[in-house]
Design a binder for this molecule. Structure first.
Ligand code: ADP
Ligand code: MG
Length: 224
């Protein structure tokens, strides 16, 4: 599903060049539930951002379902992010002024290929999947951390994506809540065959993933 060849990314911080990815090669298969492990600063977030087409590499190739991401224009990237690739963030990235339902609806707003009925149905299914039926009209500041992450997961689900990228998805959750969120993600992986790639330090998550990859100084070291 993902094939990465010789990927380089360097950030420019004032006068200083900060190398983040240094010739990284990597593959993710359809159906993987894969964690990307590595020290802080090793390049995990950078890799996820490049895969999510939120940034572009300096060198190398990123193929998603056989398509070279470098060939996509900005509209096509935006389409991809609202259809086949979703992302979940450590700090949830919800819009405070919008209620739960409106936050979940966001990826569907630009989807002219779906009828209003289809959109409504997808939102209902996603809200039900994450168990937030009773909270549709709540604003994010009326929710617990675990509920907020469930909203972010539902928002990632409404496009019915092939791939969900998640950057430290359990880092801001207490232990019991983190386990519930992991149960939910595993269930989605198994029942919907959604491929997951997580950047994480969290032992609770690491213990339950099937596939582990280590990133050290911007390259993948091992992929058992
Ligand atoms: P991780 O997610 O594994 O902690 P990152 O991908 O965030 O690692 O960072 C990799 C390297 O790139 C680090 O040295 C970090 O300081 C640097 N970096 C990340 N984002 C930026 C940025 N926007 N500007 C400058 N340097 C950055
Ligand atoms: Mg990071």
């Amino acid at each position: 599903m993902i094939q990465i060849e010789n990927l380089y990314k360097t950030y420019q911080l004032g006068e200083t060049k900060v190398p983040a990815l240094r010739g990284l090669n990597f593959r993710v298969q359809k159906g993987d539930f894969r964690a990307l492990l590595g020290a802080s600063g090793s390049g995990k977030s950078t890799l996820l951002h490049l895969l999510a087409t939120l940034d572009t590499p300096d060198q190398g190739r990123l193929l998603f379902m056989g398509q070279d991401l470098a060939t996509l224009n900005e509209d096509q990237k935006s389409d991809l992010r609202n259809s086949k690739i979703s992302m979940i963030f450590q700090n949830f990235n919800l819009i405070p002024a919008l209620n739960v339902k409106q936050n979940i609806e966001l990826p569907l707003i630009l989807r002219s290929d779906l009828s209003d009925e289809e959109k409504e149905q997808r939102i209902r299914i996603a809200i039900n999947d994450v168990g937030l039926n009773e909270h549709m009209n709540h604003k994010p500041d009326q929710l617990s951390g675990g509920q907020r992450q469930r909203v972010a997961i539902a928002r990632a689900l409404v496009p019915q994506p092939e791939l969900i990228l998640a950057d430290e998805p359990t880092a801001n959750l207490d232990s019991a809540t983190a386990h519930q969120v992991i149960d939910l993600l595993l269930d989605l992986n198994q029942k919907r065959n959604i491929t997951f790639l997580f950047a994480t330090h969290d032992e609770k998550l690491i213990q339950r993933v099937k596939n582990l990859s280590w990133i050290v100084d911007g390259v993948i070291k091992t992929t058992p």
